[in-house]
Design a protein around this ligand. Structure first.
Ligand code: ADP
Ligand code: MG
Length: 296
């Protein structure tokens, strides 16, 4: 009995040393199940390791979602595509499969405030986290501040190394606040660094032709920046009324409805639309559009 006890303690210490906490927690129960079901040793080991791996992947996804620092947990499944009929829903679902990240291509969401640019960006980026990609969310102004602070504290190299370690970075609200010359140069440095290394999702209210006004009026620098950003890009132009404004007007008039009722789930005409399959159909290749900066 004592010997049996010692063996258990030894096994537990081995599992701790090998950092297998789920196996440590579950092995007694799985062993009991396997004994009851008369399964062989291999099956026992397989079930146990499977649980360890599943648990690890759940934890890793939670960690990536936390690290991404999203301002709100927006999901693509909560987006009412029917409110934006000209938006290509299939294209959004295709982007959410995240092949654009492997290709180091970018997405630009363009449109007035309140049409869902940030919501869609976060929805796609959360899906990227679930697929194992490292994601970061910044507002354009926030990122400029981070650069300024890093420069002051002589930590620019560390910041740049951090950026390089990401797979996807969201730059939200570019163009809302005009940058000064130093801010514009930092952001230009950022875009150069990410070119063909890190995928970007940029949301902006400004058509490309007006971007120089955000970048301290520097046409040359803005041209070079757009050249890199749009080399491989999916441009999603969302026009329309503000969803926020629409929702608050509907509230006031007592017309409020549950937005979730009209989410991805209730468009039964094409059941494929509801899921985010791993493999894209050949008929929907990523439309990497090397379009001109003027395209809006
Ligand atoms: P933008 O970034 O274009 O200014 P947001 O993505 O922040 O707009 O959207 C504003 C608010 O309205 C958010 O709370 C967002 O979740 C919601 N919203 C916008 N469009 C839709 C939509 N089509 N379906 C559901 N919610 C939406
Ligand atoms: Mg926004």
């Amino acid at each position: 009995m004592n010997e049996r006890m010692n063996e258990r303690l030894l096994l537990q210490s081995y599992l701790r040393t090998l950092r297998l906490p789920t196996m440590l927690r579950e092995y007694v129960q799985v062993a009991r199940q396997c004994a009851e079901q008369n399964t062989d040793y291999e099956e026992f080991l397989e079930r146990l390791t499977e649980q360890e791996i599943l648990n690890r992947s759940v934890k890793a996804t939670a960690r990536r979602l936390k690290l991404a620092n999203f301002p709100a947990p927006k999901e693509l499944s909560d987006f009412r595509f029917s409110a934006v009929p000209h938006l290509n829903k299939q294209k959004m679902l295709e982007l959410a499969r995240c092949e654009f990240i492997a290709k180091k291509s970018n997405i630009v969401f363009l449109g007035p405030p309140g049409v869902g640019k940030t919501h869609l960006s976060i929805g796609i980026a959360r899906e990227a986290c679930r697929r194992g990609h490292r994601v970061r969310f910044f507002t354009a102004a926030g990122l400029v501040n981070i650069y300024l602070e890093a420069r002051e504290e002589r930590k620019l190299l560390r910041l740049e190394a951090n950026i390089r370690r990401s797979d996807l970075i969201i730059i939200d609200e570019l163009g809302y606040i005009p940058l000064d010359k130093v801010g514009a140069e930092h952001l230009f440095g950022f875009f150069s660094q990410c070119y063909e290394q890190v995928s970007l999702i940029v949301t902006t209210n400004l058509p490309f032709a007006q971007w120089p006004q955000t970048f301290a009026g520097d046409e040359r620098l803005t041209g070079a920046l757009l050249d890199r950003l749009t080399h491989r890009v999916n441009i999603v132009d969302i026009q329309g009324e503000s969803y926020r404004l629409g929702a608050s007007l509907a509230d006031r008039e007592g017309l409020s409805e549950n937005p979730k009722q009209d989410s991805l789930q209730d468009q039964p005409e094409d059941p494929k639309q509801d899921s985010l399959p791993d493999q894209p159909e050949d008929s929907h290749p990523t439309n990497d559009n090397p379009s001109e900066p003027e395209t809006t």
